[in-house]
Write a protein that binds this ligand. Sequence first.
Ligand code: NAP
Length: 249
Amino acid sequence: MQHDTFLLITGGSRGIGAAVARQAAAAGWHVAINYTRDATAAEAVAAQVRALGRQALTLQADVADEAQVQAMFTRLDAAGRLGGLVNNAGVVDVAQRVDEMSLARWRRMFDINVFGTMLCARAAVQRLSTRHGGTGGAIVNVSSVAARLGAPGQYVDYAAAKGAVDVFTLGLARELATEGVRVNAVRPGVIVTDIHASGGQPERAQQMAPQIPMQRPGEADEVAAAIVWLLSDAASYTTGALMDVTGGR
Ligand code: NAP
């Protein structure tokens, strides 16, 4: 199916977001790729989207910064019409107990993972909702199985932030249910990406394998497939769902 609209993917320069960009392009979406630091990586993903015959643009913005989010959506408006949003940008931090964590760490965790998601969702709703003159669309928030497990001894703050993303997903889905906008979340388990190295544990995905019922970590493409399905018309009656993609964990 061909779309004449753009899918905006926050944190689309690598990992799960980059996999979503490629699969969404193959499914017919034009793709807008947001990133913070690595323009070269974002451009490489854009080139892969164009090779699939779809339009691509790269948009630098820190999703935790309200002015930068607004500027990103204004640039996207100039390029074409928004049809969907994947709130994928997210961070972890080094493994710590709660009694060792700083308020600065908690603020960064919630600024990016929670308020970044909410800022982008708000801007998308203002464009997609029939209440605002839009023609509808879909939002997928990337949460984590940590919201269900709590991540004790590692990053309880991250788990709490993802719990907020889950409840935000439920509420926004019900708020928009008659306005043409479906809102769902995907909760990945342990997935092979760079995020583990950014938390100081580059081998974490493989080390966790014995604790996963399928005895292996997942691949970014296995999460992207669920996200692209939730965005598609095949999911037309699915809203407010929290879909675990965890190998059974
Ligand atoms: P990743 O490989 O570390 O990639 C993170 C992406 O987010 C990058 O494109 C990065 O861009 C971008 N980003 C980071 N901070 C940003 C900000 N403030 N504003 C805009 N973009 C920002 O991560 P991943 O593993 O693919 O994770 C993607 C999502 O899945 C996250 O929400 C994560 O919490 C969730 N998740 C991952 C796993 C896992 O095991 N991998 C499990 C459960 C949930 P730059 O490189 O340009 O900074």
